[in-house]
Design a protein. Sequence first.
Length: 203
Amino acid sequence: MSASARTAYEHRQDVLVDYGPQVVQEVKEGLAPREALDITLFSTDTAGPSEFGYKDTLAIPKMDVYNTRVVRLRMLEYDGLLLFDQVTGISMKPLGFLSAVFALVGRPDVEETRLAVGKDYWQVVRGRVNVMLGISKTGTATIEPGGRGHEGTPRGRADLAALAKQLTQPLELRYGSPSCLARQLTSRRAGSCRNPMGGTGGC
């Protein structure tokens, strides 16, 4: 079991997935997705910590990854790529020689991740993080089928370079409101949803 999966299991992390036409209200730039999901990851152990983390030793560089009790994101499927958009509740801190730098700026918050997969199952990932005071940084990495990560794309892999370029296409969407249950999980308010899986009308 991977460190991320084990940590989620130990902290009783569950997932709520809402889908349907209400997830995306408007495509402002780029193509319309084939499928759109509104995802809430949450810890069912309400007496547990408000945050938990794990060490990702396969990443380049190695890093500490942190999840708050509630993580929110939208997952969009396009031809050839997945977009994880408007991510909240996930932060990370590189270890090793970069740790001194990030000691000054804290833990960058993940904002967006784009993912494409090659024919030989190598993954190309383009991520954007909020470093500090609204300043974002974007980077590209590749991941071997066995899980080991590399910064950038390897030399001699024109196919992976093409996937990396594909991940830079402009995509901007306006999303609908979270479902009633997703809003309750986020706010930790007590109450009930008459139709928790059916959108905002159930609140």
